[in-house]
Design a protein around this ligand. Structure first.
Ligand SMILES: Cc1cc2nc3c(=O)[nH]c(=O)nc-3n(C[C@H](O)[C@H](O)[C@H](O)COP(=O)(O)O)c2cc1C
Length: 237
């Protein structure tokens, strides 16, 4: 009964959100953009949830992480500091680096073993987390009864925000800025997945604190904001 009710709320919520304006009152008619690689990629992105058990190729996995929010270039800040500002694939409010990108490998890839990793955006290198990932703890943090978690998926990418780094300058506005940056990173990852013919979907159903603890984040200043489950697509999809 509970499942049926949940489904009804979901359908009701989607229906409520569909509110088209009458086309007759538009000033443009339906806009058909000039064909572009970027536009094609945007239209190609879909949530795909069926995975093959094939290992994810190393280059593809690494590209998803770097595309998501890797470093692109640095430039000196000046103002009497030796500090270099880091530019990333995401825009960052105030140029302050507030996002960390983690990946939890669910299956061996041949080059990296199962476990948690963090991307250093200064070098775009992956670092393994000291503590291993316990499969049962992960299932609980992901609110997944199914084992293995997410079936044949290869990995879970986790986008975590450090609110303190942004509220230090912007006060309460910092919370919104970090959340927006996480959205940018999420879209980057999903587009990278689509561009590389991988399968994946955004996943927001995790339990913040247990997942933060698994990733050694100091919750609640640092917290997971979004996740992407991804892997090699099942050929039938
Ligand atoms: C922030 C966010 C969280 C999401 N969380 C989940 C989730 O927990 N489980 C899931 O199956 N899909 C999740 N999705 C995927 C949506 O269900 C999906 O984007 C939507 O159905 C539209 O389909 P499309 O992605 O193929 O366009 C999430 C999407 C977003 C943007």
């Amino acid at each position: 009964v509970e499942e049926d009710q949940k489904r009804d709320v979901g359908v009701e919520a989607v229906c409520r959100s569909i509110r088209p304006l009458p086309l007759e009152s538009s000033v443009s008619g339906t806009i058909v953009p000039e064909p572009s690689e970027f536009g094609t990629l945007l239209c190609k992105r879909r949530s795909l949830r069926a995975f093959s058990s094939e290992p994810i190729p190393r280059k593809k996995l690494e590209r998803v992480l770097v595309d998501c929010a890797g470093g692109v270039m640095t430039s000196p800040i000046g103002n009497g500091t030796n500090c270099n500002k880091l530019y990333r694939t995401i825009p960052q409010g105030g140029g302050i680096c507030s996002l960390s990108i983690f990946v939890i490998l669910l299956r061996d890839t041949g080059h990296l073993s199962v476990g948690g990793y963090v991307l250093c955006p200064h070098t775009n290198a992956l670092h393994k987390l000291e503590k291993g990932i316990d499969a049962k703890e992960l299932a609980a943090a992901m609110r997944q009864a199914q084992m293995p978690v997410f079936g044949d998926a290869s990995a879970i990418l986790v986008i975590a925000g450090d609110f303190e780094s942004k509220t230090f300058k912007y006060g309460k506005l910092g919370y919104r800025l970090v959340s927006l940056e996480a959205g940018c990173a999420l879209q980057n990852a999903l587009l990278s997945i689509a561009d590389q013919d991988l399968a994946g979907f955004a996943y927001g159903g995790f339990d913040d604190q247990p997942l933060a603890e698994m990733l050694k984040l100091s919750f609640p200043d640092q917290t997971p904001l979004s996740a992407v489950v991804f892997g090699v697509p099942k050929s039938s999809e």
